[in-house]
Design a protein around this ligand. Sequence first.
Ligand code: AMP
Length: 506
Amino acid sequence: MFSSAIKILDKAATNFAEKAAIEDNQNSYTYSEYRNYAKKIASYILNKNKNGFIGVFLPKSCNTLISFMGILYSGSTYVPFDINMPSARLSKIISHLKPSAIITDSAGSERLKKDTDLSDAEIIIFDTALGCPVDENLIENSLMSIIDTDPIYIMYTSGSTGMPKGVVIPHKGVIDYAHWVVNKFDLNENTIFGNQAPFHFDNSILDIYGAMLCGGKVIIIPEVLFNFPVKLPEYIEQKNINLIFWVPTVLINVANSGILSEIKFKSLKKVLFCGEVMPNKQLNIWRKTQSDIFYANLYGPTEITDVCTYYIVNEDFADNEPLPIGIACENTKTLILKEDNTKAEIGEIGELCILGTGLALGYFNEPEITSKAFMQNPLNKKYRELIYRTGDLVFENNKNLIIYLGRKDSQIKHKGNRIELGEIEVAAQSLEEIEKACVLYDDINAEIVLFAEICGDVKDREILNKMKRLLQNYMIPGKIIRLEKIPLNANGKLDRVYLKSNYIGK
Ligand code: AMP
């Protein structure tokens, strides 16, 4: 029984002390080094009395993982910050979270001091903290107070009001999930994970804790390689990677590059994916050219510790058929609710709701939006039973597999990134040149479209540049359509239906 997920690292460092645990393009550490460095970070935090909610603002590397584990050893909760975030968004998140400390490097420290309001947050320079001697007593005392319902991490995701939402995940979600992953996919100390997922995206939880639990190794693939999909197979083979858990966008890019028909993977045995729809068109290219590989479609929002349903691909699909998202993971239940909150029968469309250990504790410091998304199961009047309403529309087919259809709101996935169109709208609306804005997604052209009433003769490029100061790069519209007046519907709201049918996908 683990009360904290850090016990997974403890166990791995005992059982697999000298085995390689994590590797980036500069360093590689064994499990005993991983634990030792993490404990140094923890001791530094505890000596400074800065345990609490601790941000990590570092380029993706082994140091980021050591920081996460150090924070856990100190009995604290880690919060990964994307270093590519524009300062305005970073500043919003820091003001919302009010962390007790942020682990960073000297470049990060300068940015944080210049661009954000740190209040009481202590800046911890990673290299300095690594110089701290391990204080086992301090660590043991702080871990004694941790139980598995305590928060392990907070991940910020796009919010429709313009304010990113911090999803708070408990230790037990990660502990349970890691065990499920290792058992279901038969992972062991010979498993070498080729990590693609950024550490501020919850797909990385499978790599980080799955590897730790089975004594496997995580290789952090250099981010730049994902711009060159043809080069990825060569890297995988060179590093003997045998499992990848990637976002479909990357697998699609590899399939579209044509490289798969020219090579045959030797090391790669398992390809798992999650985060957005995986089209059968590209999956079929993988399956035809790399027929010995095991494929599985995983599904889940950040609010449920990465994954809550899965489908092991074991039948053939036509290119235009949807790939099922499958069935619930162990210790998880799915419920499909119709609009009147009654249960959908087989074939009926409804909203996918999830029950189980993996459920987040809610959105950090946001009780109202928490109670809308995490609510009492309307089918249970007898005792407290929380469900998470995913906002995803699905149905169960006659093989009892769940089929994903789309969203019931304006959350989208663009190049694998979760975005609330409302967040882009709020940013656009905040510019002085824009009187009114409406943002829609063009699925056919995979493009974010900004409709705007613009005053003055400002150029599109200037507007987009201003938006880049407020939003992540992947949120920037691909197209601006200028309208004298954005049409309104009978209720006086922006007429999204009219705009969609007249302008989108043309
Ligand atoms: P995120 O919180 O970034 O993991 O995004 C969660 C959302 O991504 C879900 O609510 C779905 O809309 C979508 N999603 C995740 N996995 C899949 C999948 N395997 N197939 C289709 N959509 C998915």
